[in-house]
Design a protein around this ligand. Structure first.
Ligand code: DQA
Length: 164
């Protein structure tokens, strides 16, 4: 069984392709997902990609990932800048987390400079448009490999012991 990575997308990302394409590009979420599936195969990973406009649904999915996935890639969209609930869920899940943004929020309005999610993230990928999803999966593949994949679904990834 391949280790599974949950790829979560927050509000308004269902509109990718038509929403402010000068900022977010012309690719739809389903274009991105197709490319990500190919990339996942090359890393021997499975992906479970989801989008929601609802904060609570994202929290529920993060809790689900806790027992079923080896890592979480999340573009929390506007919830990046507001959601303690998503931060708390990510902290509780104790999985490697990569925060992802299509745009570079630090080049944008001041209110986008603050991320709650960063406090739970191993790293952040921002500003590379849709390609950022593949970059995030490459980074996650290394994290999962270094940690040691879970032996069975439902079993948590454990850190490899250092050779003495
Ligand atoms: C975003 C950046 C957020 O500030 C914004 O609210 C989004 C998308 C991005 O991918 O660049 O909806 O997360």
């Amino acid at each position: 069984m391949k280790p599974k990575i949950m790829v979560l997308n927050g509000p308004n990302l269902n509109l990718l392709g038509v929403r402010q394409p000068q900022i977010y590009g012309r690719d739809t979420l389903s274009d991105i997902e197709s490319r990500l599936r190919v990339r996942a195969r090359s890393h021997e990973l499975a992906i479970d990609m989801r989008q929601s406009n609802h904060e609570g649904e994202l929290v529920t999915w993060i809790q689900e990932a806790r027992t079923t996935c080896a890592g979480i890639i999340i573009n929390p969209a506007a919830y990046t800048h507001t959601s303690v609930a998503i931060l708390d869920a990510l902290l509780a899940c104790e999985l490697p987390v990569i925060e992802l943004h299509l745009s570079n929020p630090h080049q944008r309005e001041d209110f986008r400079h603050r991320s709650f999610v960063t406090l739970a993230a191993k790293g952040v990928i921002a500003g590379f448009g849709a390609h950022g999803y593949e970059l995030a999966l490459d980074a996650m593949a290394k994290l999962v490999k270094d940690q040691g994949a879970p032996a069975k679904p439902g079993e948590r990834a454990t850190k490899k012991r250092r050779a003495k």
